[in-house]
Design a protein around this ligand. Structure first.
Ligand SMILES: *Cc1c(COP(=O)(O)O)cnc(C)c1O
Length: 427
């Protein structure tokens, strides 16, 4: 489609947008009395207006029923998490038994590594990506050390080629081949948090499994953002946080995927707790652990229902909208933002560079922009003028035009503010 950098054109796109009505379902912060342009839904999603009722419901049930709420609340607490299985499985392309919610992301990756990282003298290596999200780097290193291996020998990072911003699939596959049967686990972010690059999870999963390794994906930036077919792709395990694209609130619960092929494997080690125990017999308080045959078999504690309530509100909204519609608008609004950025860059004589892949199939809802020159002060200018973006050292702003609540007019407006900002800094 031919785009135009005008307010009228952006408004026409909004008028045709089938998801436009969802914008009103969210609470936006205000700066200088004006609703902000929110580009940080990849860090913390906005609060849906419907969420409060879900939390109030739990508060009311607790007030009226106290302990009886476990079984007699409107949505009983003892199996509250089961409400996620159907809608969440659609979001990540799984069978309902393959997903559950619990804990937080890094904690879940640690728990999943208990099952899927069992190094031996011959096979102890982990492949991850260079400059992975710091929490993932710390986690992987600490797991390797916990098992008595040396991180310098055990961890193999896939590097970017000099001068390139993104990692090439051929380099990932070559690394897998090099490590060969020394490979115990491949664990990468499905969408890179810094550049927004999407990895070809299907091809990479198969290549690493062909070497006899387990494959896990950190889907922090992928869940609720891109098309996922975790079951079809034969992924061993995955986990994601829910507070980024999934709008569940700060620090909220994580989602977990464990492939069906592992559900009946009694030899797979895991850390156990009563909430992973056979549901029919959970309250008989028996001494021996009999795991639920499914992702729920990795549960440990009874669940923080108050924090699951906002996550449930969000998952039900995603179910209503559907990933295909969301992805369609995501591609369109991201392309429009890209167009606006190129237009402004031309008008100000080349000031920045988009480091996210230009190929739409290799990116999702994020454009990372490398600012040449006075980046940090431009960032401050944007924030003061009601554009909420995210700053990453050394000189990158990340922009996520989240399809559920960003408008095309936001993109146009942002371009105008950016241009004024750059010109005022050039003086
Ligand atoms: C956001 C993010 C995390 C955050 O982990 P928490 O355990 O939820 O604090 C981890 N990994 C990646 C790749 C992320 O983007």
């Amino acid at each position: 489609m031919e785009f135009l950098n005008t307010r009228e054109f952006a408004q026409q796109l909004d008028a045709k947008d089938k998801l436009a009505k969802y914008r009103d379902e969210f609470l936006f912060p205000h700066v200088n009395g004006k609703q902000v342009i929110y580009f940080t839904g990849n860090s913390l999603g906005l609060q849906p207006k419907r969420t409060k009722a879900y939390v109030d419901e739990v508060m009311d049930d607790w007030a009226k029923l106290a302990v009886e709420g476990h079984f007699y609340a409107n949505k009983p607490w003892w199996d509250y998490q089961e409400r996620f299985a159907a809608p969440l499985s659609k979001i990540v392309g799984a069978l309902p038994t393959e997903v559950t919610v619990m804990n937080t992301l890094t904690v879940n990756l640690h728990l999943l590594m208990v099952s899927f990282y069992q190094p031996t003298e011959k096979r102890f290596k982990i492949i991850c990506e260079e400059k992975a999200f710091p929490s993932d780097q710390y986690m992987i290193k600490s797991q390797v050390k916990f098992h008595g291996y040396n991180p310098d020998e055990a961890i193999v990072e896939i590097k970017r080629r000099p001068g390139e911003h993104n990692i090439r699939l051929e380099d990932i596959l070559a690394t897998i081949n090099e490590v060969g049967d020394g490979l115990a686990l491949l664990l990468i972010g499905g969408v890179n948090y810094y550049t927004g690059q999407i990895f070809d999870m299907k091809t990479i999963t198969k290549a690493a499994q062909d070497k006899g390794a387990y494959v896990g994906w950190d889907l922090a930036h992928a869940a609720g953002n891109i098309n996922l077919e975790l079951h079809e792709w034969n992924v061993d395990f995955a986990a994601w946080c829910s507070y980024k694209y999934m709008n569940s609130g700060p620090g909220n619960a994580s989602g977990v995927f464990v492939h069906e092929m592992h559900h009946n494997d009694p030899d797979l080690p895991r850390f156990a707790g009563w909430w992973g125990h056979n549901k029919e017999r959970r309250f008989l308080m028996e001494p021996n652990f009999d795991p639920v045959r499914g992702a729920e078999g990795w549960q440990i504690s009874n669940l923080p229902v108050l924090s699951l309530a906002p996550y449930l509100a969000s998952v039900e909204m995603f179910d209503e909208v559907g990933m295909p519609a969301l992805i369609q608008k995501r591609d369109s609004i991201t392309s429009y933002l890209e167009f606006i950025l190129h237009e402004i860059d031309r008008e100000v004589n080349g000031h920045f560079e988009i480091i996210t892949p230009a190929e739409p199939s290799e990116r999702a809802c994020q454009l990372s922009v490398f600012l040449h020159g006075e980046g940090r002060s431009l960032f401050d200018y944007l924030m003061k003028n009601g554009v909420i973006v995210d700053w990453r050292e050394p000189n990158v702003i990340r922009l996520a035009p989240v399809p559920l609540y960003c408008s095309y007019e936001d993109m146009y407006e942002f371009g105008q503010i950016l241009k004024t900002g750059i010109l005022s800094h050039k003086k």
